[in-house]
Design a protein around this ligand. Sequence first.
Ligand SMILES: C[S@@+](CC[C@H](N)C(=O)[O-])C[C@H]1O[C@@H](n2cnc3c(N)ncnc32)[C@H](O)[C@@H]1O
Length: 254
Amino acid sequence: MTSVRPYSALAGVYDAVMAHVDYEGWADYLLHIMEELCDTLPAPAHVLELGAGTGLLTEALLDQSDWHLTVTDGSADMLSAARVRLAALGERTAFEHIDFSQPWKAAGAPFDAQLLLYDGFNYLMHPDQVGALFEGVGTAGKPGSLFLFDQSTPHNSINNADFFEDEGNDGTLRYHRKSLFDATTGIHTTTFEIEGPEGRFTETHRQRAWTLGQVEELLARHRFEILDAFDGFSLDPAHDGSERIHWLVRIPHG
Ligand SMILES: C[S@@+](CC[C@H](N)C(=O)[O-])C[C@H]1O[C@@H](n2cnc3c(N)ncnc32)[C@H](O)[C@@H]1O
């Protein structure tokens, strides 16, 4: 079995791994938060999506809005898959390789809004890396613009341990996934084994299950104004027991 970087071999079977996710419903929720609860977006809005993966959420967002999206990811393989998926959308999309865990700038800035969804934030292991994300977002957005991101918390890892092992296939590639959560360190480790015509590969993904309080403190340190922190996929306030939190924040005015 060959050990490879996260989201390299997995890119080929990612859509099958995520087959259970209601991306249309998620996009509807995000658009409701940004367009109906906030009145700051021009039409069409130019939006930067970080950690966009294979573009599953991107496609749903583009279906339901008139947005133009700059689609970025730190994995070249995931970004290639997104390019293929979104090829027909022409000038409504642009693509860029961005690793947000270290200093970064995006072509096409300044953007009207920015997004980072489905656990991309949890791949940041240290406050310094969160700092690199927030500095980059602060530079890439128009002063006072919105940044919407989500995170998984330790409660998600603890409450859903029954779902920590699964397997599946997309007809060509097979995957097996197993997770372990260390409640002492807050580190969630997932091992994927992927098998297909090109061989057998393993990827180890390490994520930090940040708490609500830790993220709140980091946002304050970087002078982001917290507009809302939502519990899960609701419009209720996040709380100490939330498993997933959607943060709607305003970047500093300058
Ligand atoms: C669970 S996937 C979510 C992808 C997509 N947002 C979705 O909803 O399907 C997490 C994504 O974050 C990306 N990612 C993780 N760390 C990153 C980093 N430091 N910079 C850029 N992308 C990163 C991964 O490559 C992966 O595509």
